[in-house]
Design a protein around this ligand. Structure first.
Ligand SMILES: NC(=O)C1=CN([C@@H]2O[C@H](COP(=O)(O)OP(=O)(O)OC[C@H]3O[C@@H](n4cnc5c(N)ncnc54)[C@H](OP(=O)(O)O)[C@@H]3O)[C@@H](O)[C@H]2O)C=CC1
Length: 395
């Protein structure tokens, strides 16, 4: 085993026992316990699925800032962003926010650990961490510029972390944070919806059967909105189970024709992009504060293709022209972006424990099957989430 001394972990940790604990777990002799590595799925270059590599000797992550915690990952889950990042999507923008120490040590962003969702146990806390303590069961979504969760340990800032809902297992909990926080960012931050404002609102969700869609339906129903879900035929039962009031099967007739038979909407969440955007924008109530939000934006793509300066310029022009064009038609036009947030997860956790939101899990795979999980997601037609059990709950 490649042993590397990680002394710096002791400077900012409240209780430098992680390395000893991890050493004990793996039966490593006490004199070696300060020098630890961990298993993780990494990529050393961008590309197709064969760039994913299981490495048992990835450096144990360390606490750099006093507001950080180290989490022992019990379960993670796969999101489209993982597949896209594996192929290099967003790398120009994300590299600007990555840990400069990692870039300096490795000479690049590699080895890169993918995976955004985590449920697990707090192992160590930075000196300023008050709300969490070692042993707490937590869940979080880690932002894409940080090392990810297909690993034994991950570092998160406290503002990204929340106590795991008591009613969920680690496996169930790992299915929710990233998609819930994306739905939250789009519907709450971009559209201004809240528990108080939802009753009476008509919300249309396009791409309702995937991770974000199933999260969005449940959040909107928990808050009393009227939800219309757009999905394909074999997802109709799932949509009903999640509480959708009206379901449109986009495969049986043109979506436009089916939408014409419905009342107009107050909010539209578009998880699909492309032609669905122009189409959907015709079905909002004009001059009533109605908002369209899409999750499929050219922001990172523009930066990848044109560089940061020109990419930002093009993005700004595109967004501004759409906002202005639709403003004059009485519609608010928005782009939605995932935003990490422990406090929002606290609120989601309360809804979960109250039985109003549940995990929608399509498949559970062991840590050894991360490449299979990527292939599955890449094939499309997701029905909720694919979870990775980093720790086998039976052991
Ligand atoms: N901006 C941001 O910060 C974020 C953006 N995203 C983006 O949002 C999108 C959705 O993410 P996520 O839910 O996790 O993805 P998933 O892959 O989990 O789900 C996509 C779903 O859309 C369905 N679908 C495909 N085509 C259509 C269509 N024309 N009409 C209705 N449904 C359709 C698919 O099923 P089927 O094909 O069988 O109908 C599938 O169930 C992705 O493009 C992702 O990249 C996600 C998170 C954050």
């Amino acid at each position: 085993m490649n042993i590397v001394c990680r002394r710096s972990v002791f400077h900012l940790c409240r209780r430098p026992s992680l390395i000893a604990d991890a050493g004990k777990e793996r039966g490593i002799h006490s004199s070696c316990r300060r020098s630890m590595v961990m298993p993780a799925w990494v990529i050393d270059k961008y590309g197709s699925n064969d760039v994913l590599r299981f490495n048992e000797n990835v450096l144990l992550p360390i606490i750099h800032y006093p507001n950080e915690v180290i989490i022992k990952v019990h379960a993670a889950s796969v999101n489209p962003i993982d597949v896209n990042m594996r192929s290099g999507y967003g790398s120009k923008s994300l590299n600007m926010s990555r840990d400069p120490l990692h870039i300096k040590t490795s000479g690049s962003e590699f080895p890169l650990v993918l995976g955004r969702d985590v449920s697990g146990t707090v192992m160590e806390c930075g000196l300023n961490v008050k709300y969490f303590k070692p042993g707490d069961q937590v869940w979080a979504a880690i932002p894409p510029w940080k090392q990810g969760t297909f690993a034994e340990f991950v570092v998160a800032s406290v503002n990204e972390v929340s106590l795991k809902p008591k009613s969920l297992s680690y496996t169930e909990a790992a299915s929710l944070p990233y998609v819930m926080l994306t739905a939250w960012a789009a519907l709450v931050n971009s559209c201004g919806l809240s528990k108080e404002k939802c009753p009476g609102k008509r919300v249309l969700i396009i791409g309702a059967s995937g991770g974000v869609g199933t999260a969005a339906i449940q959040l909107m129903k928990a808050w009393g909105a009227h939800v219309t879900a757009v999905c394909s035929g074999n997802a109709v039962t799932l949509m009903k189970d999640l509480g959708a009031d009206d379901i449109i099967d986009y495969t049986v007739a043109r979506l436009k024709d089916q939408l014409k038979t419905r009342d107009l909407f107050d909010v539209i969440l578009d998880n699909i992009g492309g032609t669905s955007e122009e189409l959907a924008l015709q079905f909002l109530k004009p001059w009533s504060g109605a908002t369209f939000v899409t999750l499929v934006t050219p922001f990172l793509y523009n930066n990848d293709q044109l560089g940061i300066a020109d990419g930002m310029m093009r993005t700004g022009v595109t967004l501004a022209s759409k906002v202005i064009k639709h403003y004059y038609k009485g519609i608010h036009y928005r782009w939605g972006f995932f935003a990490p947030s422990g406090p929002s997860l606290d609120e989601v956790g309360e809804l979960v424990d109250a039985g109003k939101i549940r995990p929608v899990i399509e498949d559970v795979l062991p840590m050894s099957d991360v490449p299979k999980a990527f292939q599955k997601l890449e094939a499309g037609h997701a029905r909720g989430k694919t979870v990775i059990q980093v720790v086998d709950p039976k052991k």
